[in-house]
Design a protein around this ligand. Structure first.
Ligand SMILES: [Zn+2]
Length: 297
């Protein structure tokens, strides 16, 4: 079976999750090229197998280079591996306590090139058999294109976080990793016993990069207090997990780090060159995992 037919079949199996972002009616996969709502709004299934739900392309600062850098960091250095273990543990506990149905539906909101979701999906599949539906959305077509070329087992869509192409209460787990959120939409999408897991940088996240590039002491650290306050205001039974570790990055991985992180985007070529001359760096990962529910029960 060619890739496009397989992808269209995968979307068809999950089509009850989707609703038209224009009129909210049900979507149907009509053939391998098109995903159509009952009112005839049609969205193209690209040859790589993703669906584009945006009626016009949106320009972001996240281009091909950024996604290539991020993928290299994730797949080559394993920089975020402890994060995936922690998230998988949270989902496993949640599933054991309250999610009784067999299939678990998980959405990554702002998935970029898909490597975070793919790795978390592998962890979850190991304890949940084949019964996990994993969906990734991002507003960047570059990100979704890269995700759909690489990761066959998941469903990928270009979509607006403020108006996602899904029915209400479809997801047991929403992931929002180092990416902007839309809590109104998150609450619409979550099942009643579902959880949202938001990952935000903490004070010392990538501090070695900040200290190298910024003279201003204020920019050398980072505060997530506002984000935590907003999250706590929007969700119930909120729990926090802090995850902090350091990892050595080798020269080629430093190159990928520079490509990936917005911290270096406005820096001079000279300064970036100096950073790239390092043989290795000790890099600090300092993250908060915020876990919340939409209901008080
Ligand atoms: Zn429609």
């Amino acid at each position: 079976m060619n890739k496009k037919i397989k992808r269209a079949n995968d979307i068809k199996k999950a089509e009850s999750i989707f609703s038209c972002p224009i009129c909210r009616s049900q979507m149907r996969v009509c053939d391998t090229n098109s995903f159509v709502c009952t009112n005839g709004h049609t969205f193209n299934i690209a040859k790589q197998g993703y669906v584009n739900f945006l009626d016009h392309p949106i320009k972001t600062n996240y281009g091909k280079d950024v996604f290539e850098g991020r993928r290299a960091i994730i797949t080559q250095s394993g920089l975020f591996a402890p994060l995936y273990h922690s998230i998988a543990d949270v989902i496993a506990c949640q599933k054991a306590h309250s999610m009784n149905k067999r299939t678990l539906a998980m959405l990554d909101t702002g998935c970029g090139e898909g490597s975070h979701l793919s790795r978390i999906y592998k962890h979850i599949s190991s304890f949940n058999g084949d019964s996990v539906t994993g969906v990734g959305i991002d507003i960047s077509k570059e990100g979704i294109l890269a995700a759909s070329k690489k990761y066959d087992e998941l469903i990928w869509s270009v979509a607006d976080l403020a108006n996602t192409p899904f029915n209400d209460r479809q997801f047991d787990v929403l992931l929002n990793i180092l990416s902007p959120a839309n809590y109104k939409e998150f609450k619409r999408l979550l099942t009643d016993d579902g959880i949202v897991i938001k990952v935000v940088p903490r004070r010392d996240y990538l501090k070695e990069v900040r200290q190298f590039f910024f003279d201003n002491k204020e920019k050398q650290t980072y505060s997530n207090a506002d984000i935590i306050a907003r999250f706590t205001h929007n969700f119930h039974h909120v729990k926090y997990l802090n995850l902090r570790y350091t990892q050595i990055l080798a020269k080629t991985e430093i190159q990928a780090l520079v490509q990936m992180t917005p911290l270096t985007w406005d820096q001079s070529k000279k300064k970036i060159h100096q950073f790239l001359e390092k043989e290795f760096i000790d890099l600090t990962v300092d993250l908060d995992l915020l876990i919340g529910r939409k209901t008080t029960k």
